[in-house]
Design a protein around this ligand. Structure first.
Ligand code: COA
Length: 138
């Protein structure tokens, strides 16, 4: 397994992985154009895992100078439970630690088992306003 920074050529395969995991409900936030913007964002870390030259997992998140948060992690169903998710989380944690982060959070849409294994504990809740215009109308 090899972990490296996301490259634009990875977009189609990442869409495939997100779709396979039912994580592609918002193409405007997770599709190729969004991925390219994340890759350009200085605050973001966007990593992929490769097996035999093929992308099999991804993780992305942000460090704002104080706190770090993972927004999406996804490992292709055919490659789950082989340590790839753990390697991706450790790799992004190393990146954020090197930038000065002291804690790491994650946005979890589904089950918490994997994250508990990775020593994440439920503390705060995340609430989302989507679309963002709904906040402007509040
Ligand atoms: C969650 C996910 C990223 C984990 O990746 P993975 O490569 O399967 O995880 P790993 O093989 O590295 O597992 C690391 C440890 O967590 C455990 N684990 C993995 N998935 C688990 C689950 N669903 N429930 C409980 N434990 C789990 C593993 O058994 C392993 O523990 P062990 O070393 O004691 O055996 C992957 O299953 C996935 O992409 N799921 C669908 C999308 C998703 O839920 N993403 C996360 C929210 S953004």
């Amino acid at each position: 397994m090899r972990i490296r920074d996301f490259e634009v050529k990875d977009c189609d395969r990442i869409v495939e992985i997100l779709k396979a995991n039912q994580q592609y409900g918002h193409p405007e936030m997770d599709g190729p154009e969004a991925m390219k913007r994340v890759a350009e964002c200085q605050a973001a870390e966007f990593l992929v895992a490769e097996e035999d030259g093929q992308v099999v997992g991804m993780i992305r998140g942000v460090f704002d100078g104080s706190r770090a948060i993972i927004y999406i992690a996804s490992v292709h169903p055919d490659y789950q439970r082989r340590g790839i998710g753990r390697a991706l989380v450790r790799a992004i944690a190393e990146r954020f630690k090197a930038r000065g982060a002291q804690s790491l959070s994650v946005v979890i849409p589904g089950e918490v088992g994997f994250w508990a294994k990775m020593h994440f504990r439920q503390t705060t809740r995340i609430m989302t306003a989507h679309p963002i215009d709904s906040v402007l109308e509040a």
